[in-house]
Design a protein around this ligand. Structure first.
Ligand SMILES: Nc1ncnc2c1ncn2[C@@H]1O[C@H](COP(=O)(O)OP(=O)(O)O[C@H]2O[C@H](CO)[C@@H](O)[C@H](O)[C@H]2O)[C@@H](O)[C@H]1O
Length: 576
């Protein structure tokens, strides 16, 4: 039964190779990604290890001057433009980062705005009354200031009132995503000029823009095409933050007509795929409008969310077709490991937990959380059994299918409980249901998006499984370590930067990583983790303690962002 299911999933995975009309993502070589061998690539080493973690690489940001832990030495006006911002909209880590990083920068003294769509009538968000014609559309701006950050919501009928999520509903991606997000990028450029935030005046033109992922990666193009030639934003700079290169915003070439750009900008947004990557009717010649490509080739600097991922996206296996362009921009490409919101994710104060705990009392605290969760889920209540957890989008990226393949052997060989939380791909959702029904006495699967439950599960679990095929940074392993949950992760991207392998001889490390991206590799690493939990308990407790004491805050990352802003302003605009 399982073999049949896995064959089915594998078949579905191979179907992802190539384009699908109307989708906003490009899935070109999933099969190859499954075999990413990042250890084979060699890079020059620098001397900085962000957060004191495993990564020591040339793509890290080395500060030019002494670190200023609390306040920025130079303050700037910074505008993030993003399709998601938590808590208003969140389908994954993008939403988390686009609220927690701006808050950290504002706390350091910067004036920070976040521009995002108004997908719903958010309470306490106020209509500024500002309206602006952008191309053929008219947008409005709503506003709320929280802890010094101006959250500005763009109002347009194409955002509000959709039945599904921000990008898709049950029938697939919205067919007007190219319009919706090109509009967002343009509105993001208008907001600092027009929106007077609580009487403090408009932000003006001296701005550092941070566009995020494909949805807003046309921002640098609009800056160069529709503003700079008219004398606006001469001193502004644009950075493109890549949270996930797999999703690129690929559309038919005819899309260009909807983008409010003069014809001579077509070359900036076009991407022609090489023959072996072409599929689909509009891609017979490999031609497409590719939002991500447009951003990469026109922004002033490219940032990605870990140094490890910054390396991987410059390789064939991790570049999703963009590796050539990213390599050509490597002098301005850096990786900064994400931080987390340490107020939202604090086991000492988290209101979602039945029992709060800190570094001193986590053994009892976590045990109580585990037993409460077992009771709630109808699992046998047992404080001693290792509780394994998986939390994530059910997408080929996250490797849930690898976990499903490993599950029978895992459950047969080890006396463990396994609880999964996730939603997304329908086959993988069915796989989760199959897992629960097959191992009813020891496993549960919550199919859906449930934030409070993700906190409870993170606190209750002993081990968090992250079998991601690729992972630009990954936030769950960071949350897990802060909650005394030990990650077992595939050694890729940000996971290899943030999870330090346990070394029993010198008693170092915060988790286990494995290199073979398959069920065997995962089982091997889980075997170590479970054995350590059961037979070397004090080592396991020390591992938990090291994870909890790790600096997960944005402090260090925010300073590295400041450094990039400074470097961006030293250089002339890349695209005038
Ligand atoms: N069913 C569910 N219920 C409740 N919560 C759920 C959930 N499924 C996911 N989440 C939450 O969504 C967030 C996911 O964050 P990740 O960093 O793992 O993923 P994502 O791939 O979306 O982000 C991309 O951007 C981020 C940010 O840069 C990178 O860390 C990452 O590698 C990259 O792929 C976490 O806060 C997680 O708890």
């Amino acid at each position: 039964m399982l073999r049949l299911r896995n064959q089915f999933i594998n078949k579905r995975l191979s179907c992802f190779a190539g384009f699908r009309r109307g989708t906003s993502s490009v899935r070109l070589h999933v099969a190859a990604v499954a075999d990413i061998k990042t250890e084979d690539t060699k890079f020059e080493l620098s001397t900085v290890a962000p957060h004191g973690d495993a990564s020591v690489r040339g793509t890290s940001v080395v500060l030019d001057h002494a670190a200023s832990p609390n306040k920025a030495t130079v303050t700037r006006s910074i505008v993030f433009v993003t399709s998601e911002v938590a808590p208003w909209s969140k389908t994954g880590g993008l939403g988390d980062v686009c609220s927690s990083l701006p808050l950290a920068l504002a706390a350091r003294g910067h004036r920070v705005m976040v521009v995002s769509p108004r997908y719903k009538a958010y309470p306490e968000v106020i209509d500024t009354g500002v309206r602006k014609r952008v191309g053929t559309a008219e947008v409005g701006f709503f506003h709320q200031n929280i802890k010094g950050v101006d959250f500005v919501f763009v109002d347009h009928p194409s955002y509000i009132g959709r039945t599904g999520g921000p990008y898709a509903d049950e029938y697939g991606p919205y067919q007007d995503n190219q319009f919706r997000f090109s509009l967002l990028a343009q509105a993001g450029l208008e907001a600092p000029l027009l929106v007077d935030c609580e009487g403090k005046g408009v932000y003006g033109q001296d701005i550092v823009f941070v566009a995020n992922d494909w949805h807003t990666s046309l921002l640098p193009v609009y800056l160069a095409a529709n503003f700079r030639p008219f004398g606006v934003y001469q001193k502004a700079r644009s950075l493109l933050a890549i949270h996930n290169l797999c999703h690129q915003g690929v559309f038919p070439p005819s899309t260009f007509d909807e983008l409010n750009l003069k014809g001579w900008w077509y070359g900036a947004v076009e991407f022609q795929y090489p023959p072996h990557q072409r599929k689909g009717s509009y891609a017979e010649e490999g031609r497409s409008v590719n939002f991500m490509k447009a951003g990469i080739t026109t922004c002033d600097r490219v940032i990605t969310v870990s140094p490890g991922y910054a390396e991987e996206i410059q390789t064939y296996l991790g570049g999703w077709g963009m590796e050539g362009m990213l390599t050509s921009r490597s002098p301005v490409l850096n990786g900064i490991t994400n931080g987390i919101d340490t107020e939202v994710w604090d086991p000492q104060t988290d209101k979602n937990l039945p029992v709060n705990f800190g570094t001193e009392d986590f053994v009892e605290g976590k045990r109580a959380c585990k037993m409460k969760l077992q009771e709630e889920l109808g699992l046998p209540v047992n404080g001693d059994i290792p509780l394994l957890a998986f939390i994530g989008r059910l997408d080929p990226q996250k490797g849930a299918d690898i976990l499903l393949e490993a599950a029978p052997q895992l459950m047969q060989q080890h006396d463990v409980q396994l609880v999964c939380l996730g939603s997304g791909n329908k086959d993988l959702e069915d796989g989760m249901r199959w897992l629960e029904s097959s191992f009813r006495s020891r496993s549960r699967a919550w199919v859906g998006f449930n934030e409070p439950f993700s906190h409870k599960l993170t606190a209750a679990a002993d081990i968090l499984i992250m079998p991601s095929r690729f992972e630009p940074c990954g936030l769950n392993q960071l949350y897990a370590m802060r909650y005394g949950t030990v990650p077992v992760a595939h050694k890729t991207g940000g996971l290899k930067d943030t999870v330090i392998d346990f070394d029993p001889w010198v008693k170092k490390g915060t988790g286990w990583t494995y290199t073979s991206c398959d069920a065997g590799g995962l089982l091997y690493a889980l075997g170590h983790a479970i054995t350590t939990y059961k037979h070397h308990r004090s080592d396991f407790v020390d591992l938990q303690k090291r994870g909890m004491s790790r600096d997960a805050s944005w402090d260090s990352a925010a300073q590295q962002y400041e450094q990039l802003f400074e470097w961006a302003l030293i250089d002339p605009p890349y695209c005038k």
